[in-house]
Design a protein around this ligand. Structure first.
Ligand code: ZN
Length: 240
C-alpha cells in the first residue's frame, strides 16, 4: 500500500515538473520571439531556440505519456464562421520570400485573412452584436504571445498567439486580436477560446483594413518554422 502511495506521489511530482518544464521553455522562447520582432536574428540562433523548445515540450509529454490515435480535422479558428470568410477565396496566401528570422520586417503574406462582419470597425459582429471568438484550431501548447500593443507601434501582428501542436508538429499563428486569453506554456484544447478578433497591428489598425484574423500555419524544417498554405484544412475545418 505504502509503495502505491509513494508511486502515485512520484508520478504527481513528475506531472508538475513536466508542466513547469514546458512553462519555462515557452517563457524563454516567448522572450526570444519578442526579440526577433525587434531585431531580425540568425538562422542558427532561431533553429537552436526551436530545437530546445520543442525538445522540452516533447520530453515533458513523454513523462505524461499522452497518446492520440487519429488526426482530427481542425476547428475553424473563428467561432461562427467558415472558409467562406477567408479573403480572396483563399488566394491571399503568398509565402515567397518569407523568413521567420526576419521578424517584423518579413516579406510576403504567408497567411489567410479571415474577415468578420464589422462594417463600423468596432470589433463587434454586426449580426451577433458580440465580439468574435478566436479559437485554437487543434490542441497544443501556447509557445509565444503578446497582449501588449499600442496604436503607435510599428509591429504588424498586434496582439498575437503562436501555438505548437505537438501531435502534428504544426505551428499556428493568430494575429490582430483585440484581447488574448492565454499565456506561454498553457495547453489548449481544440476549439478553446484563445482571443477575440481585433484590429491590432500596424496595418490592421488602419481604416482601409476590414476587421480580420490573420491566420498562418507552419512546419519546422531544419528546426525553423516554414509556412505552408492551410487553405484545404480551413475548408475542411469544423465550425463551432
Ligand atoms: Zn494578413
Amino acid at each position: 500500500m505504502r509503495k502505491i502511495v509513494l508511486l502515485v506521489g512520484l508520478l504527481a511530482a513528475c506531472f508538475v515538473a513536466a508542466a513547469q518544464e514546458i512553462e519555462i521553455a515557452c517563457d524563454k522562447f516567448n522572450s526570444f520571439n519578442n526579440e526577433v520582432l525587434k531585431t531580425p536574428t540568425t538562422k542558427a540562433l532561431a533553429a537552436q531556440q526551436f530545437k530546445e523548445l520543442i525538445g522540452h515540450i516533447q520530453h515533458a509529454l513523454i513523462i505524461r505519456s499522452e497518446v492520440r490515435i487519429s488526426e482530427p480535422a481542425w476547428i475553424f479558428p473563428l467561432q461562427g464562421y467558415n472558409y467562406h470568410a477567408v479573403g480572396g477565396n483563399g488566394n491571399g496566401y503568398f509565402d515567397k520570400g518569407y523568413r521567420y528570422i526576419d521578424g517584423n520586417k518579413h516579406a510576403a503574406h504567408p497567411a489567410h485573412d479571415i474577415f468578420i462582419n464589422d462594417r463600423n470597425q468596432d470589433c463587434i459582429d454586426d449580426h451577433t452584436k458580440k465580439p468574435v471568438n478566436v479559437v485554437a484550431a487543434d490542441e497544443g501548447i501556447v509557445i509565444a504571445c503578446s497582449n501588449e500593443w499600442e496604436p503607435a507601434s510599428s509591429l504588424r501582428g498586434g496582439k498575437y498567439i503562436w501555438i505548437y501542436h505537438n501531435y502534428s508538429g504544426v505551428i499556428t499563428y493568430y494575429a490582430h486580436n483585440s484581447a488574448i486569453f492565454v499565456k506561454p506554456g498553457q495547453e489548449v484544447k481544440p476549439g478553446q477560446k484563445i482571443a477575440e478578433v481585433g484590429r491590432t497591428g500596424y496595418n490592421a489598425y488602419k481604416k482601409r483594413s476590414p476587421t480580420h484574423l490573420h491566420f498562418s500555419a507552419f512546419r519546422l524544417v531544419d528546426d525553423i518554422p516554414v509556412p505552408f498554405n492551410p487553405y484545404q484544412q480551413l475548408k475542411k475545418a469544423k465550425t463551432l
